[in-house]
Design a protein around this ligand. Structure first.
Ligand SMILES: CC(C)(COP(=O)(O)OP(=O)(O)OC[C@H]1O[C@@H](n2cnc3c(N)ncnc32)[C@H](O)[C@@H]1OP(=O)(O)O)[C@@H](O)C(=O)NCCC(=O)NCCS
Length: 181
């Protein structure tokens, strides 16, 4: 399936309280947990209520099944600095992540009028790093050994890579035909 077809078969809709069992099950799945810091249910409930957040269910496929969720934070930020707080998808490697990131960029810059759209990602998360870099996010720096992790019973630390895109960079990508209009 082409990237455009994938994008057409993906939509974001606001998360409802009745989705939170699904959200928490995806978030705590052993395939996802190494890459994120899961929230308690009240944090998700807060993100559904508080206007600074946007919490979405990702629906994909012919029947628009729930595939994962995304959270934006800073949507009311006075500095117009919007954060891609979380993206977690259950089917991996089918292009849904890329389609989602593209929709989120459009939402951040067009609907929320962001000046800066940013995220942090663990250095060990090579898949997400490759995705963000290939979608035009620029590395700003690294928070060295800022998160604890445990792999196969061995404790250690990982660094967080901070990445961002500015509105003028997004516009330049639009002009170059790198972003859907
Ligand atoms: C990260 C995540 C959102 C990406 O979504 P996805 O649907 O799996 O990714 P895509 O299929 O769109 O692939 C996007 C790119 O990632 C890279 N990629 C995919 N699989 C990869 C792998 N196993 N290793 C390294 N890079 C990989 C490729 O560059 C790929 O683009 P390409 O196929 O055009 O070359 C998803 O895998 C996920 O939810 N992971 C667990 C939670 C997580 O890490 N969240 C992000 C926290 S910052």
């Amino acid at each position: 399936m082409s990237e455009q077809e994938t994008e057409h078969r993906l939509r974001l809709r606001p998360t409802m309280l009745s989705d939170l069992d699904f959200v928490i099950s995806v978030e705590t799945d052993s395939h996802n947990i190494p890459f994120i810091t899961p929230w308690e249910r009240p944090q998700h409930e807060g993100a559904l209520r508080i206007p600074d957040f946007r919490h979405f269910i990702v629906e994909a496929g012919p029947d628009y099944e729930r595939a994962g969720f995304v959270i934006l934070q800073g949507c009311r930020n006075q500095h117009r600095s919007v954060e891609m707080k979380r993206i977690v998808l259950q089917p991996k490697g089918f292009g849904l992540g890329r389609a989602c990131v593209r929709q989120l960029k459009r939402m951040a810059f067009r609907d929320l009028h962001a000046h800066r759209f940013w995220l942090d990602v663990k250095l060990l998360n090579t898949r997400a790093l490759a995705l963000y870099a290939s979608e035009g996010f620029i590395e700003e720096g690294r928070l060295r050994e800022s998160v604890r992790l445990s792999i196969d019973g061995v404790d250690g630390y990982d660094s967080l890579v901070v990445m961002s895109m500015l509105d003028r960079e997004f516009q330049a990508r639009v002009a170059m035909g790198l972003e859907a209009t």
